[in-house]
Design a protein around this ligand. Structure first.
Ligand SMILES: [Zn+2]
Length: 448
């Protein structure tokens, strides 16, 4: 039997990423993620919070990958290998890894640190060994499977393109990535190694395709930093209150915010549990130095105490960074907007959304509601001060040109968007209709 893959999750929808690769009687699972909207609906939890829940319930509501789709492969699974630390790639590990108590979870330093933080915070225990591999390193998983971690840029540190080497060929898993040649934290993507892989031969590329229909190259994180700088510098001089919200795992962006806030001589404060969790994880592995003067607060009493101090001293002396960029009801920003926390908003407060709205109904509605509430207090809003972490069509073109794959499977988009990557790959001539495979969740593909 040659290489067989099963696209378990993230192929009929955007989220709960999971792919299994089988070589004879050895299987590796790449990513084990949550589908955030189903998860939030089911648990009534906010984004970025993981709590203890029953795996079978979560499978039933489509919040995690349905591992029953590979029930015949389960005894053969040798490792779980996440590509990066986003919850749609690792968030199901606390619930599903118990099904494989004796296999390791292998990933890059920040990814493993985030997994450990989630487990610790929720007092969950796994017996799986957590193995750290840096970008550029390889790990022999089993007799016939070796995995290599190749550094790429994305919107969370230490994202890897996974290269699965087998005696029958090589699979490259680029889910997620962008090609950012001016990153603001960490290195540029390892194009040298990517090109080498292409020259040595790639049998299958599994590739995210969320923005494959966007005819452009995704702007660099340096562009988002410049956008933030323009707003903060100009508006700050007028004595405004500044509230910035962004993805808690967007450590590069948060580094820029700390840098810019420092130059403005404002006291920086972080509010919110998930910001605290992801920032401390970054600090623990030396990715980011958070000055001792910056409080990372998450408990209600701590928040109110600091907010009363801000009201007393004046918002213009502070730069507030908080959770709630998608308008999540229980996150700090929505609670401030509704007047449930002590911070007093006024017409001199500016709210910077350093993020995009993740385009699902729940987020769109929540954000509209939040912005309406903020505006009713006179708050000025700056939306979309952001650069995406996902590749656009021209990034994909570059990656496909470098890797020259024999087969392609578009991922991370569902059918609505994945066909754009198929069309691009066919147009480029590396694959044809027979060698680009539109997969659904639960489908299997044998590479002959
Ligand atoms: Zn991601």
């Amino acid at each position: 039997m040659p290489i067989e893959i099963c696209t378990i999750g993230g192929f009929s929808e955007c989220g709960r990423n999971c792919t299994a690769i089988r070589v004879d009687d050895e299987v590796v699972i790449l990513d084990l993620g949550l589908e955030m909207e189903s998860y939030i609906r089911h648990t009534q939890q906010d984004r970025d919070n993981v709590v203890k829940l029953d795996a079978e319930d979560l499978i039933k509501v489509n919040a995690v990958p349905n591992l029953h789709l590979i029930s015949d492969w389960m005894p053969m699974v040798k490792a779980i290998i996440p590509s990066h630390g986003h919850l749609d790639h690792i968030g199901a590990i606390p619930f599903l890894a118990v099904k494989f108590p004796h296999i390791p979870i292998i990933s890059t330093p920040y990814t493993i640190e985030v997994i450990s933080s989630i487990l610790k915070e929720e007092r969950l225990q796994l017996s799986n060994e957590l193995i750290v591999k840096k970008a550029g390193q390889k790990y022999k998983v089993s007799d016939k499977i070796t995995v290599e971690f190749v550094h790429v840029t994305h919107s969370i540190p230490h994202t890897a393109m996974l290269v699965v080497e087998t005696p029958y060929g090589r699979v490259v898993y680029a889910n997620d990535y962008k090609l950012d040649m001016t990153p603001t934290l960490g290195k540029k993507p390892d194009l040298k190694r990517i090109k080498e892989l292409g020259n040595e031969g790639v049998d299958l590329l599994i590739c995210e395709s969320l923005y494959a229909g966007e005819h452009r190259k995704t702007p660099s994180e340096a562009v988002a930093k410049q956008m933030l700088k323009d707003i903060l510098n100009r508006e700050c001089s007028d004595g405004h209150g500044l509230v910035v919200t962004t993805f808690a795992s967007q450590i590069a962006r948060i580094k820029s915010i700390i840098e810019l806030g420092g130059k403005l001589n404002r006291k920086i404060v972080f509010f919110g549990r998930s910001l605290r969790k992801y920032l401390l994880a970054a600090q623990r592995i030396g990715l980011l130095e958070i000055p001792k003067s910056i409080p990372l607060l998450s408990r209600r009493q701590e928040l109110d105490k600091m907010m009363r101090q801000i009201n007393r001293e004046g918002q213009e002396k502070y730069l507030i960074v908080c959770t709630g960029h998608q308008g999540e009801q229980r996150a700090v920003l929505s609670r401030i907007a509704r007047g449930e926390l002590a911070l007093k908003l006024n017409s001199k407060t500016m709210c910077v959304f350093s993020c995009s709205v993740i385009p699902v109904e729940l987020n769109i509605q929540n954000r509209e509601k939040l912005e309406r509430t903020l505006r009713s207090s006179g708050v000025r809003i700056f939306r979309d001060v952001h650069a995406s972490g996902h590749a656009s069509r021209e990034d994909h073109r570059e990656l496909i040109q470098m890797l020259k794959p024999t087969h392609i499977v578009p991922s991370h988009a569902g059918f609505g968007l994945a066909h754009h990557l198929r069309d691009l790959a066919v147009e480029m001539g590396y694959v044809d209709q027979k060698t680009v495979h539109m997969m659904e969740d639960g489908k299997r593909l044998v590479l002959e």
